[in-house]
Design a binder for this molecule. Sequence first.
Ligand SMILES: [Zn+2]
Length: 175
Amino acid sequence: MSTTRLPNTVEPYRLAAQGEVLGGAIALDRFARLVDAVGQQTGECQVELVFGIDMQRQHYIEGRLHADVDMPCQRCLQPMSISLDSSFLLGMVSSDALAAQMQKRYEPVFVEDEQLDLFPLVEDELLLTLPQVLYHDEDECPVGQDALQSGDPVAEGEETKTNPFSVLGSLKDKN
Ligand SMILES: [Zn+2]
């Protein structure tokens, strides 16, 4: 496992011209939007970014990331660790007009003043990779079928709002 610290701000056009590869790890608790979405994090995101210029002079970043993210199970609300992998291909642009003209295989990334912040970019990709809902396997979940059928302890208070499916499930089981 690499422990290199990625720089946040880079000069992407220069890195592309030089065909640079940046790799390293970012602590997940630095990603405020991720923490807001799924709670406190203890792991890291491993990132590899390949900078280059294609045959049509498009500057690009080809990226891969891997992270073990702690996310709450939607049945028992206890955190569980999930392994996420993602790859992405970004084309550097300086305007919406250029983004519209870009080859479809690229997602646009806007570069201003020759500078690019990598951490928000990596966080965006990570958020896109998160599953919408997540459950323990039934036999590993502290809230098993018995609890769902008896109606406690998930069917009260705030947990009801974040966990509508277990309520539906327990209603169905009673009928
Ligand atoms: Zn669970």
